[in-house]
Design a protein around this ligand. Structure first.
Ligand code: G3I
Length: 380
């Protein structure tokens, strides 16, 4: 069985990050790169940003766009100052792009991609295929159910979607989440609520088609499968690992695995997280922490919850820095005033979660220095 699995393809995944960041910085309009926005992190005593530390360590350290677009300063300034990468939070979801069947509105997606490019940030595209919440257009299920051959109709819609979206951003979106959250929550089984699971005879064939279409549309983009709880739930990790091995055995063109990292039901242990990231790196894949937030409510019994939260951020950035195949960490929302947990989630009743690196006044929290120092400590 192992003979089918690839050994790591790259001598150093982190050197790929350095090359990618140099290329986006070259395209950057004002000549200011994330690495030049803070002092070098290796000068003892100098102030450096998380983004600068990331660039020097070979890591994409990012945050999300804020959905309302990048005109809303000063959040835009916060992100371009402190990070070297950005992920579209909602703008590239199928349900955000397509109101009527076949009618795409790229206004907000274009704005986000152009903003990332103008500021020399690596862009993560999120997400081509996700079945939960309102990530799919409202008409989607009806179109499929009305078709004489639902699987053929779904294949046609998938092809049209990828071929419309991915080439538009070819060479500009460095990394795509191709499929998001295949597993049922806290389970090792494919989510039975997934329309893709329900319609395809073989879910592996759905994954294969999704990744193959994306590869054809932009051969240079890094293609990721993204899952919510593998960092802190063993069952989720086991299910994801099995699924990814099956994809590799089938020859599905996957480049990487995203561990989202929404820590509100539990927190990861640094050693376990490092091992789990390493396990995928040993399959020859890239890994990333793609959606990190750490609810302060996890620490309500601690004497100093803010310090305890900072410890978890330190552990996550240190774990990624320790694994060569791990290419980055992205926080889900840049600041506590914008966290999805308080406004867009079923966990709103437990607000405020204050789960990010910056408070609602956009000031860095202890977690920020903890994360940055963990990255600086990893720089050769
Ligand atoms: O834009 C509309 C606005 O016009 C309307 O007035 C308002 C009324 O509620 O809703 C607004 O849309 C909301 C949108 O976020 C923008 O704020 C949607 O209702 C809301 O469902 C949507 O939530 C997003 C959620 O995914 C579902 O797509 C969150 O912002 C986003 O942070 C969250 O992100 C997901 C990742 O994609 C996948 N992993 C889990 C993560 C957290 O759920």
């Amino acid at each position: 069985m192992r003979a089918h699995l690839r050994s790591p393809r790259f001598p150093s995944a982190k050197s790929l990050v350095v090359v990618a960041l140099a290329s986006v910085a070259g395209a950057c309009g004002d000549g200011a790169t994330p690495a030049s926005r803070g002092s070098s992190c290796t000068d003892t005593g100098s102030a450096c940003t998380l983004g600068t530390a990331g660039t020097e360590a070979g890591l994409f350290l990012g945050s999300t766009s804020e959905g309302a677009g990048w005109t809303r300063e000063p959040v835009g300034r916060l992100v371009r100052t402190h990070f070297n990468s950005v992920t579209s939070q909602n703008e590239l979801k199928w349900g955000s792009l397509v109101r009527e069947p076949g009618v795409y509105d790229f206004t907000r997606a274009d704005e986000t991609v152009a903003w990332a490019e103008a500021n020399g940030l690596r862009m993560r595209g999120h997400v081509l295929f996700w079945h939960r919440l309102n990530a799919l257009p409202p008409w989607f299920r009806g179109e499929i159910d009305a078709a004489a051959d639902p699987e053929a109709k779904l294949r046609e819609l998938m092809r049209e979607h990828v071929q419309t979206v991915v080439p538009r951003y070819k060479g500009r979106i460095h990394t795509w989440d191709v499929v998001n959250e295949p597993l049922a929550l806290l389970s090792d089984q494919i989510d039975p609520e997934s329309v893709f699971f329900q319609v395809f005879d073989d879910y592996g064939e759905f994954l294969h088609l999704a990744f193959t279409l994306a590869r054809e549309a932009d051969p240079d983009a890094k293609l990721f499968l993204n899952e919510i709880f593998p960092s802190m739930n063993e069952t989720s990790f086991d299910g994801l690992y099995r699924l990814v091995r099956e994809m590799l055995e089938r020859g599905t063109p996957i480049d990487g695995v995203g561990f989202q990292g929404h820590f509100l039901l539990g927190k990861p242990d640094r050693a376990t997280l490092t091992e789990r990231l390493q396990a995928f790196a040993e399959l020859g894949l890239l890994v990333e922490i793609t959606e990190l937030d750490v609810s302060i409510n996890l620490f309500s019994a601690e004497p100093d919850p803010v310090a305890a939260q900072a410890d978890v951020f330190r552990d996550v950035y240190a774990a990624c820095a320790a694994v060569d195949g791990c290419i980055g960490v992205t926080t889900w929302n840049s600041n506590d005033g914008d966290t999805w947990l308080d406004v867009d989630s079923i966990f709103g009743g437990a607000a405020p979660h204050t789960p990010t690196l910056f408070d609602a006044d956009l000031q860095p929290k202890p977690a920020y220095a903890a994360a940055r120092d963990a990255v600086v400590a990893s720089i050769d």
